[in-house]
Design a binder for this molecule. Structure first.
Ligand code: AGP
Length: 619
């Protein structure tokens, strides 16, 4: 949940503070309860830390300048143990002489036992965090070993839980030591300087050359070396990769928020996710997955595991996957999956969906599925993240960096990736759906242009949102693929506009939720295309009439040319026509725009909503 930066640069260029604060500004989306930095300077640790957003830390540093330095660490926090106060902010210092500074992402689960032990030995603590225990243990281990890497190894072998740790020692200018277990860490390789970060955004302004760090490994960086060892002391090699996006993509680029920018980037995100998935004959090719096609063809069940918006993308894709493959597809919340004694085996394909690739609940679900013998595929937007690396194969979405906490372009890219996977499975299984797969792929390629057109017609949606800034409750209805879109529309509004919002399957209305309808209650209805089988469209139109008769204010999302909704709609929001299974890539757009505009109209921070963090790396 937290953002972590480490840096070592050349003696000629004592700019550690600037590099670290810049990195933190790019990682702030990961957590923004407090922020802090520690520098090694003149045989001491210089540190500043402040509750609140990074701006508070910047002001503090301006008021109390820090010394020039080549070496340092920085942290932006999402509080777990101990509230978001100055004291609980990272870094935490260790040792009687405060010569060790340490930052942490994750949770040290056995911190209580360790703290009791340290307290008994006379150590005093200045915070309520689990992290300070690791700082004190590290100072002690350094005292015994005289080697920061070895000391980190000793400490890691005592910690339980999930952690990325970064540490510096006052006597070691030019060295940062890091460790990871079940929490993200990546190395940035510069020319005469090296970096550490929770993700590549930490150093993208300086280098695109990066290296993955495996589970249970310790990394020691200097300005011109990177050494990796396992927690057992075995030397290891990191895997290099090039970052495929640049710093400009992680900037707002003149937009009012990252969320607004990312909504507008959806045509490119979907398009790039579809690119290169077919050969000249129009057949789907997913060579990058490196899974034996025979094994894939033999699966008899699909289980999608994910959380939040990624879960809704899975729920959306389920309809298409089952239709195209005729394989049963269950969609499970990742945090429930492990605990429901799931029935999966080697013929089950478990597909995890995660933008960050670091969501702890999803990671644990994948690990559990592998233990049970399932084949695992990760749909992920972040190269080198933990979940794809812990899976049998990865299918990357190419949405580019998603910075706003509220997921938008990752959502549509995830749906597109699920469609590609579903069509590929259909092709492997042969039969009539295999032939249809090529036609669907052609249609999918037309969707980005339609999303683009749709984005150009959102003025009225923005107006409605501004008009509704004081609204206290909004309901969302949908059916078939419109149902998960209703759920996702409600989630967007909850998380960034702090408005009570609920999504329902329209058919469920009469089984209870219709009691919520009173005069003036705004209700968005995602209407299926009139071409949806089983007269579903007409059934939803009836649902609109039922709630309108009870006074609801109906905001209807309907396909171009669908005139049957007009008499029952207070507002009609048009989306371009497409085949019913692909429609979610369009119908979600007005709901994203609505939430972003309404949150902005309320004067809220659209990108960094309260209590949330982009990447949920604790269970
Ligand atoms: C979406 O707007 C949320 N911020 C959240 O639900 C998110 O989708 C969820 O936490 C999963 O994240 P992931 O895709 O990185 O795994």
């Amino acid at each position: 949940m937290c953002g972590i930066v480490g840096y070592v640069g050349p003696d000629s260029n004592q700019r550690a503070l600037d590099v670290i604060v810049e990195g933190l500004s790019r990682l702030e989306y990961r957590g923004y309860d407090s922020a802090g930095v520690a520098l090694v300077a003149d045989g001491e640790i210089a540190w500043r830390k402040k509750a609140g957003k990074l701006a508070n830390l910047r002001s503090d540093i301006e008021a109390h300048p820090m010394p020039p330095s080549t070496t340092g660490i920085g942290h932006t926090r999402w509080a777990t143990h101990g509230g978001p106060t100055d004291q609980n902010a990272h870094p935490h210092l260790g040792g009687e002489d405060d010569k060790v500074a340490l930052i942490h992402n994750g949770i040290v689960e056995n911190f209580h036992v360790l703290k009791t032990e340290l307290l008994a030995e006379g150590v005093t603590f200045r915070s309520e965090t689990d992290t300070e225990v690791a700082a004190q243990l590290l100072a002690r281990a350094y005292g015994e070993t005289g080697d920061l890497t070895e000391a980190m190894r000793v400490v890691c072998n005592r910690l339980e839980g999930a952690f990325t740790l970064l540490a510096v020692h006052a006597d070691l200018p030019g060295t940062v030591v890091a460790a990871r277990r079940n929490s993200p860490l990546v190395i940035g390789l510069g020319d005469g300087e090296n970096f550490l970060g929770s993700d590549v955004a930490a150093f993208i302004g300086h280098t695109k050359s990066a290296m993955e760090v495996d589970q249970d490994q310790i990394v020691t960086i200097t300005k011109d070396s990177v050494d990796v060892v396992g927690f057992d002391g075995t030397p290891a090699e990191g895997k290099r990769f090039e970052v495929t996006w640049d710093a400009a993509q992680a900037e707002k680029g003149g937009h009012s928020s990252f969320m607004v920018k990312e909504i507008l980037e959806q045509p490119a995100a979907i398009n790039d996710t579809l690119l290169g998935r077919t050969n000249e004959a129009g057949e789907l090719v997913l060579d990058e997955m490196r899974i034996d096609p025979a094994r894939l063809a033999a699966i008899d069940e699909i289980v999608i595991v994910a959380c939040g918006t990624a879960f809704y993308s899975g729920l959306t894709a389920k309809y298409a996957i089952e239709h195209w493959t005729r394989i049963p597809c269950a969609v499970e919340l990742a945090h429930e999956f492990r605990y429901c004694d799931p029935v999966v085996d080697e013929r089950t394909l478990v597909v995890s969906i995660s933008q960050s690739g670091e969501t702890m609940d999803t990671l644990m679900a994948v690990k559990h599925a592998r233990e049970l013998g399932a084949l695992t595929i990760s749909i992920c937007n972040t190269h080198g993240a933990t979940i794809p690396r812990e899976s049998d194969a990865a299918l990357y979405t190419h949405a580019g960096p998603e910075i706003a906490v509220a997921s938008t372009k990752a959502f549509t890219a995830q749906i597109a990736a699920c469609y590609v996977l579903g069509l590929y499975l259909a092709q492997l299984r042969g039969g009539s759906q295999a032939e249809a797969a090529q036609q669907v792929m052609r249609e999918l390629h037309e969707v980005p242009a339609k999303v683009d057109t749709l984005l150009g017609s959102m003025d009225r949606v923005r107006e409605i949102a501004r008009f509704m800034a004081d609204t206290r409750s909004v309901l969302f209805l949908g059916r078939h693929v419109g149902y998960p879109i209703a759920l996702e529309g409600a989630l967007k509004l909850k998380e960034i506009a702090y408005i009570h919002a609920e999504g329902f399957a329209a058919g469920e209305l009469k089984h209870g939720p219709i009691a919520l309808i009173e005069p003036g209650q705004p209700v968005f209805i995602v209407v299926p295309s009139p071409s949806t089988p089983h007269n579903l469209h007409d059934k939803v139109v009836s649902n609109i009439q039922e709630i309108r008769a009870r006074g609801a204010r109906t905001l209807v999302i309907a396909e171009e040319g669908d005139e049957s909704v007009v008499p029952f709609a207070d507002e009609v929001i048009r989306v371009p026509a497409t085949s019913p299974l692909l429609a979610p890539l369009l119908t979600i757009v007005p709901l994203q725009v609505f939430a972003a505009e309404l949150a902005a109209a309320k004067g809220l921070d659209v990108d960094q909503p309260r209590n949330l963090a982009k990447s949920v790396t604790v269970e």
